[in-house]
Write a protein that binds this ligand. Structure first.
Ligand code: GLN
Ligand code: ZN
Length: 764
């Protein structure tokens, strides 16, 4: 018999119940007990939704983040969270999660939140564990044990999910520069206690997540794996060493040799390692295969999966377990809540609940033969072949156009120095031109107008009129502030990806396809289901209007192909690079239409370029090659006189600077203010050839930057980059800020720009 299980279920709730309960709790509107009740109800509901599996996960639920939970279970809580401050464990937890607990009503009671960073190559963010030389661990697993008891009332076989010791150490940061691996011994004794507590609770199988096995590991880290698992083998628990998000490659043998009871392999992203792991895995161990994609929203081709799985099952028999490839945290909960989605497209999709049905069906087909699920297989086959053949997916015109791409399309007419001279003539900008990144405050009024339009309360002409009015306000304010290159402010955009996706061909949108990004924050990624087309101009009318309001250059504002790709659920029936090229052609059309309409400066945002980097550094080059090529095709069809800008956020560009330079944008504006020194260091090693606007203040904070601080940042930049190639701008869009904050901040920015230019002109 084949065993079925799940690695983790989305926590936030199909209607984002956890989000709303958390936010009400933080505001003091509900008590701790009410929050915990919602959490318990959600867990119970989720176990119910997983009821037909042989083993259900426990411990995958979290009030904020499972890595932070692990820190609390291991007693690794930064001192600033508690001690003298009032409140209990939950208060300490939220202080580290988000800087304040519900009882910290005074702003001064805030502590600085734990650093947050991306969970491998997903869009989920975890709270980074903090280590110091003197960190000591002590077990506090009561909450998990309580959840185990809760789960047992619903399901006979429960399997705790815990983050493995090596990945836990790997993900953390040493705060005092000490070697975190020196903590391994003490950490292992806490894990041994943890395992003991689980044994006492009557647990048999434990899922130990060690996703770090899919990245490049040094010998020291490989040794840490051996040490950890050989030392922990005294437990009577059966450990399922769980890897996901990629191939094991040179860690495969290591994973097979560790003294555990079984291994989980992500058979979607490491499909070609299935045969190898079967050969290497000792015969007393079980092999769990992740056969349903936990990172995407498409139906599994069940017959095709059975074709390769049947021989595997025949060989492994009861040693084979089936699961989704990774935790289902990364997909929406239930397709049944999507009532408005086009029915043809809907039939191609599977969210968490449907993915577990697929796991179950595959197991039934293996256990009892395909005939036992013939009807379901037929239905699945119909959906799979309708998607393969659908004219909505495959557009001959798009495919044909992609084949006509030649490299000259990605090359500007003249090299940067020549076109820069043409642009200087044309725009006559002062030194240190002052500009912004695109969006201006999204006021209540703006949001209401958009909502009213979407819900049909106001007509299209009324909506357009209202948005034009917002653009007027925005342009007027920028004129008063004295900015040099203006923007229209993006009032018509809900989100930089959704806005474009809604108007391009090949995108679909869900009503409640929410996925947790961090804490209570969720995103609703668009679904790219088909060949991408550009049926009509998207931004041209707005930009033309905005330009008509001012003598200054108006900067057109677009989202780039790589960002559209990285922030969507993408097709699994063609390589990402191919989809990215189609997106590039669509954005190219828009760029050329803007140029045609007289917009002389066009910014193409690539906020998510860095996020697409593969987990293994050895694969970075290939990704950057196609990503940069796509950007170039989107951007570089313009004439010399047209100035192309791009914008990137989330610092840490040092290691990809040369790739960024290959984009050949005339100007790049880049988030630097939170790591000023670090980014600028990159320019010591690499001479960035074109113009650059290092973000001079952090838009994520309500603080108003002083003229001096802006001048000081720019002077740092000046040490590495000549004045003629520097711009002055905030580090990102201003949509989350209020006008009261934006006006004084930009006023100081313009003053700083003039002061810097004055200094240069004087010394000249
Ligand atoms: N142009 C966008 C804005 O200003 C860029 C957003 C981003 O980089 N995240 O809002
Ligand atoms: Zn940004």
């Amino acid at each position: 018999m084949i065993t079925t299980h799940n690695l983790g279920f989305p926590r936030i709730g199909g209607k984002r119940e956890l989000k709303f309960a958390l936010e009400r709790y933080w505001k003091g509107e509900i008590a701790e007990s009410a929050l915990l009740d919602v959490a318990a109800e959600l867990r119970a509901r989720h176990w119910g939704q997983q009821a037909t599996l042989d083993w259900v996960p426990v411990g995958d639920f979290s009030l904020y983040d499972h890595v932070l939970d692990t820190s609390f279970i291991l007693g690794n809580v930064p001192a600033r969270a508690g001690g003298e401050l009032p409140g209990g464990e939950l208060d300490r937890y939220f202080r580290i999660a988000r800087g304040r607990s519900a009882i910290d009503t005074q702003a001064c009671a805030c502590v600085h939140a734990g650093e947050m960073t991306k969970w491998f190559d997903t869009n989920y963010h975890y709270i980074v564990p903090e280590f110091e030389k003197h960190t000591r661990f002590s077990l506090n697993a009561d909450r998990m044990l309580e959840q185990i008891r809760q789960a047992r009332q619903q399901h006979p076989q429960i399997k705790p999910v815990i983050l493995g010791p090596v990945t836990y150490l790997w993900l953390g940061k040493s705060k005092d520069g000490s070697d975190k691996l020196a903590l391994l011994d003490d950490l292992l004794s806490a894990y041994a206690q943890w395992f003991h507590a689980l044994e006492q609770e009557g647990v048999t199988w434990v899922q130990v997540d060690e996703p770090v096995l899919v990245v490049e590991l040094s010998d020291t880290w490989k040794y840490a794996f051996r040490k950890a698992y050989f030392q922990l083998q005294t437990t009577r628990l059966k450990l399922l060493l769980t890897t996901y998000f990629g191939q094991l490659q040179d860690n495969l043998q290591l994973a097979c040799e560790l003294p555990v009871a079984g291994v989980h392999l992500d058979a979607i992203s490491a499909a070609d390692e299935v045969a190898k792991i079967i050969d290497w895995l000792p015969s007393h161990k079980i092999l769990s295969l992740g056969v349903v994609n936990g990172r995407n929203v498409w139906n599994t081709d069940l017959s095709q999966t059975l074709d390769w799985l049947e021989p595997v099952a025949a060989r492994l028999q009861h040693r084979l377990w089936l699961a989704p490839s990774c935790s289902l945290l990364h997909v929406p909960v239930d397709l049944l809540s999507e009532q408005k989605l086009d029915t043809e497209i809907r039939a191609w999709l599977a969210f968490a609940v449907q993915k577990l049905d697929e796991v179950k069906l595959l197991a039934m087909a293996l256990n009892q033969g395909r005939d036992s699920v013939a009807a379901q297989l037929r239905e699945n086959h119909a959906a799979i072949s309708s998607r393969k053949r659908s004219v909505r997916v495959h557009r001959a015109d798009v495919a044909a156009r992609v084949t006509t791409i030649d490299e000259s399309m990605g090359v500007r007419q003249s090299p940067y120095p020549q076109r820069a001279a043409v642009q200087r003539q044309k725009f006559r900008l002062p030194l240190f031109p002052a500009t912004t990144i695109g969006s201006f405050p999204q006021t209540q009024q703006i949001r209401k107008t958009r909502l009213d339009f979407r819900t049909g309360k106001i007509s299209e002409p009324a909506y357009r009129q209202a948005m034009r009015h917002e653009i007027e306000i925005c342009v007027h304010e920028q004129e008063i502030l004295g900015l040099d290159v203006l923007v229209h402010g993006e009032p018509e955009r809900n989100d930089m990806v959704e806005y474009f996706g809604e108007q391009l061909g090949g995108f679909a949108f869900t009503e409640s396809g929410w996925v947790q990004s961090y804490g209570s924050r969720c995103v609703k990624p668009p679904i790219i289901y088909g060949d991408v087309s550009h049926p009509h101009d998207i931004t041209v009318e707005w930009m033309r209007y905005a330009q008509s309001l001012t003598q200054k250059p108006m900067k057109g504002m677009l989202t780039g192909p790589v960002t559209l790709l990285n922030w969507s659920f993408v097709r699994d029936d063609q390589p990402r690079a191919e989809t990215c090229l189609q997106l590039a052609l669509a954005i190219r059309d828009e760029v050329l239409a803007l140029e045609q309409a007289g917009i002389g400066i066009i910014q193409i945002d690539e906020a998510a370029l860095r996020e697409g980097l593969p987990l293994r550094k050895s694969q970075w080059g290939a990704y950057l090659d196609w990503a940069i090529r796509a950007f170039r095709i989107a951007a570089n069809g313009v004439k010399d006189a047209t100035q192309i800008h791009t914008h990137m956020c989330y610092s840490e560009f040092n290691d990809i600077m040369s790739a960024i330079a290959r984009m050949d944008a005339d100007v790049i504006t880049i988030e630097t203010s939170r790591s000023n020194m670090e980014l600028l260091d990159a320019f010591d090693q690499f001479q960035y050839p074109n113009e650059i606007g290092p973000g001079v203040y952090d838009i994520h904070s309500p603080n108003i930057p002083s003229v001096e601080s802006i001048v000081a940042s720019m002077q740092q930049a000046l040490r590495r980059i000549p004045a003629q190639r520097l711009w002055v701008n905030p580090d990102c869009g201003l949509k989350t800020r209020a006008w009261e904050e934006v006006k004084p901040a930009l006023r100081n920015m313009v003053i700083a720009s003039r002061q810097l230019a004055g200094d240069i002109n004087q010394s000249a």
